[in-house]
Design a protein around this ligand. Sequence first.
Ligand code: GLN
Length: 504
Amino acid sequence: MTDLTRLTAADTAAALTSGDVSAAEVTEAHLARIRAVDGAVHAFLHVDAEGAVDAARRIDARRAAGEDLGPLAGVPIAVKDVIATEGMPTTCGSRILEGWVPPYDATVTRRLKDAGLVVLGKTNMDEFAMGSSTEHSAFGPTHNPWDLERIPGGSGGGSAAAVAAFEAPLAVGTDTGGSIRQPAAVTGTVGAKPTYGGVSRYGLVALASSLDQAGPCARTVLDAALLHAVIAGHDPLDSTSVDAPVADVVAAARQADVAGVRVGVVKQLGGEGYQPGVEQRFREAVSILEELGASVVEVDCPAFDYALPAYYLILPSECSSNLARFDAMRYGLRAGDDGGGSAEDVMAVSRDAGFGPEAKRRIMLGTYALSSGYYDAYYGQAQKVRTLIVRDFAAAFERADVLVSPTAPTTAFRIGERIDDPLAMYLADLCTIPSNLAGNASMSVPVGVAPEDGLPVGLQVIAPPMADDRLYRVGAALEGALADRWGHLLIDQAPELPTTGGAQ
Ligand code: GLN
């Protein structure tokens, strides 16, 4: 029999609809895969085997009763541990939330369940989504399925690795500065950051509220589109949610055609500091788009040179405020409560014990940047740069329908290599951050492996706000043309994983 874990979500859905397999069988196959390989990968922080099998059986019963189910009903999914799941732990990769079980579902979780997707468990991440390697998780790093000594990207390394390791066909991630796209790039998967406000943030533990956005992780562009369609759309529970129709991303992924599309190559995102193999694969992919009928122009976005410093003022500012809620008084870790100290003492001891070094660094930076004497010099300046970036995008989109760049300057680096060098870590998001600052839609699509290290390279496609369908149209066209050349990257080129077991 076919290995059910190797199917795309679309093929799994078709097999479920035709009755060739049951949701319970598909779920069991993925749980077995998790048991076999997650000891080596560590994509999951929590696996809900029993709950998943129960949910799958309920879907099978509803299907047998002739109910008309959604297109992904019965397909398993992994959820990043920053998204609230009722009755299932949600730690954000932090000790401060260890053991916390949310009493409610995030809107994203609710939509997954309403659409009949089967939640397998929660995936590992950098603490509160701060990082580019998943090494900042309080529960140990996730390993890249392409090379277990390397990082799977971050902060959503767990979601990307789960999909790349065939532990789940789909996962949900969140992207504040690149945490869906950069992990997708370094694991050979597809990841999309929808337009800001396109997917509800209700129940998503906030890192930086003006930047955070949940989105799909998958092995194909069509699979990502199918998931995008399930989670996107207006939500009255999120005041920043856009009350407008969602672009038809599934039709766009099926259309997969770039004839006449104007593609803008961003001048600032490439050149010095970029790994040669990344640049090579990127340039080849751009020529393929041209061969497929797209027209290619270079676009100039000078303010992008200041995106990284602006982001590292805006993000810490917002996060210092958001993380103030973890005060040991309402939920989460409480340490030092021996009756001898004040509430402030307990808060200080708990926050010291509960937050890791990166969270502390950003809380301190943000508190400083927002302090009255420095507000204009730092936070105010950064917001001005943000406006310049929005203007650069607007000008670029006059000349191009989509913009492209490498997703990340390098392939997956080694675990431990950048952990003591925050600036080197921050550079991993050089190409992805502008889209978060501007709030537009963006995706990473695999474009092969770098010749020098055999590791995956991602190409980033950027579309104007609410034109998310363009990502899928261009991404799917490129994916199709590349598959004709060297097959499916993950299925045909990714190394076999050791089945050491040892997972939950
Ligand atoms: N790596 C970036 C950061 O550390 C992005 C994080 C994210 O997108 N959640 O802030």
